[in-house]
Design a protein around this ligand. Structure first.
Ligand code: AMP
Ligand code: ZN
Ligand code: FE
Ligand code: FE
Length: 284
């Protein structure tokens, strides 16, 4: 039974609500989970309550999309304080930029002969985070594409007809924001991002962990990043990146990837010593 530390919900671009995700984790007998939605903490309160009710340990989390040159780098933050002021101001800005990007994508789609309104997209958005997967789903519904993957390939991804880049944080900024909110910053799926050269400087900036166990990581990636984590004295984390949808990484169920209990103890110990021991997140 593994601790799955990378799960998305309807608060960002996942299919299941925080409560449904917790039920799934419980039915699979996981000891603990973290919810790590893109650019929002909106699902954490519901997830924490649901975890408490079913006796599952809950780690509040987040996943911040960052850019480094032409590469996209995702930074996970564990044990963040969801009410943190600076964090929430940053998140609001990121969400505003997402909405602006969505409008520009829809403009590009219209001029290319694929009209789509924000209202049509909004039907697929449950929370406050508008992502390209929501636009892809609306495009499928309109019959413009057969799949989310096709929408990314032909329209929404780099080189696509309606590609619009979005202003993102630098990885070091994301680390700063997470530490400021009392959290533990971890590099997500490095085997997908391919930015190993960045790791030493991020360690200097306060990076505390590397996500080693991940569905799209090869056995070679796992050995490589495990050793890198140990070399730099970083904690090892893992999770499924479960979205419940055909997008995201290789399809799997909650708990298929994650870390065993002893490694989870290392993550707990990596919390900043100055941070208040937020015991409610460690109960029961
Ligand atoms: P966004 O956060 O709006 O930039 O959208 C990124 C999200 O879209 C990622 O977290 C994935 O869940 C999904 N995604 C990215 N690339 C693809 C792709 N090629 N096919 C399907 N889904 C993708
Ligand atoms: Zn996603
Ligand atoms: Fe990611
Ligand atoms: Fe993710």
């Amino acid at each position: 039974m593994l601790v799955d530390l990378h799960i998305h919900t309807t608060a960002s671009d996942g299919l299941y609500s925080p409560e449904e995700v917790v039920q799934k984790a419980k039915s699979r007998h996981l000891p603990a989970i973290s919810i790590t939605d893109h650019d929002t903490v909106d699902g954490l309160c519901e997830a924490e309550t649901a975890c408490f009710q079913v006796g599952l340990v809950f780690v509040p989390g987040i996943e911040l999309s960052c850019e480094w040159g032409a590469s996209e780098v995702h930074i996970l933050g564990y044990y963040i304080e969801p009410q943190d002021d600076m964090l929430n101001r940053r998140l609001e800005r990121l969400r505003r930029e997402r909405r602006q990007r969505a409008i520009r994508i829809l403009e590009k789609l219209s001029t290319s002969g694929y009209p789509l309104s924000l209202e049509e997209v909004s039907r697929f958005v449950c929370g406050r985070v508008v992502g390209r997967p929501h636009i892809a789903q609306a495009m499928m519904e309109m019959g413009y594409v057969q799949s989310v993957a096709e929408a990314f390939e032909s329209f929404l991804g780099p080189g696509g007809l309606a590609y619009v880049p979005r202003a993102k944080l630098a990885p070091a900024e994301a680390i700063e924001v997470i530490i400021g909110a009392g959290g533990v910053p971890v590099m997500a799926h490095p085997g997908v991002s391919h930015v190993d050269g960045l790791i030493p400087s991020l360690v200097s900036a306060g990076l505390k962990g590397i996500e080693v166990y991940y569905p799209d990581h090869t056995p070679g990636d796992i050995v490589r990043y495990f050793n890198l984590a140990r070399t730099y004295g970083l904690v090892v984390t893992g999770g499924t990146d479960f979205h419940g949808t055909p997008h995201g990484p290789k399809e799997c169920e909650i708990g298929d990837f994650g870390i065993p209990a002893p490694m989870f103890e290392e993550l707990k110990a990596a919390r900043p010593s100055g941070a208040l021991p937020n015991n409610r997140h460690l109960t029961p």
